[in-house]
Design a protein around this ligand. Structure first.
Ligand SMILES: [Fe+2]
Length: 153
């Protein structure tokens, strides 16, 4: 059974963003399995994979907010930056041999749930309005810019 199950209440109503959030939940489940297996290399790979993906996801979100002239853009970007530097400290501790994977996993789950339900929900209307004026092609190329693939999922 998965460690963390996606709940419909997490959806903010912007498909690309919801799919990215679902992916993060999947990665956290992978991290959980890696921790149970107790294989340091798998934990390390999963840990780095998750954090890279989160950084790309934040950049994608920031681009949308910026294009939408979202009034709280800088505030939201600051929240992302603080979170990324916090993750960076965990990565350093992990590389120094500290067993922080479980703690980081729990923090990612709590932080992301709160962030999705509150801060991300707050930009929804503004970003949706901006996206409604964009063609599917434009949306795909925006996605490709941050995730390097035209397969949006
Ligand atoms: Fe966000």
């Amino acid at each position: 059974m998965a460690y963390w199950n996606w709940e419909d209440s997490y959806n903010i109503g912007i498909e690309d963003i919801d799919n990215q959030h679902k992916k993060i939940v999947e990665y956290i489940n992978e991290l959980h399995e890696a921790i149970i297996l107790n294989d340091k290399n798998i934990v390390k790979n999963t840990l780095f994979h998750i954090t890279d993906y989160i950084v790309s996801h934040f950049s994608f979100e920031e681009k949308l907010m910026e294009e939408a002239d979202y009034p709280q853009f800088m505030h939201h970007k600051n929240i992302h930056e603080t979170f990324v530097s916090n993750i960076g400290r965990y990565k350093i501790a992990f590389n120094e041999g500290h067993d922080i994977a479980g703690q980081l996993m729990a923090e990612l789950q709590i932080w992301l749930t709160h962030h999705i339900l509150h801060e991300d929900r707050a930009y929804k209307e503004c970003v949706q309005k901006m996206l409604s004026g964009k063609s599917e092609n434009k949306k795909s190329s925006l996605f490709e810019k941050f995730f390097g693939s035209s397969t949006r999922q």
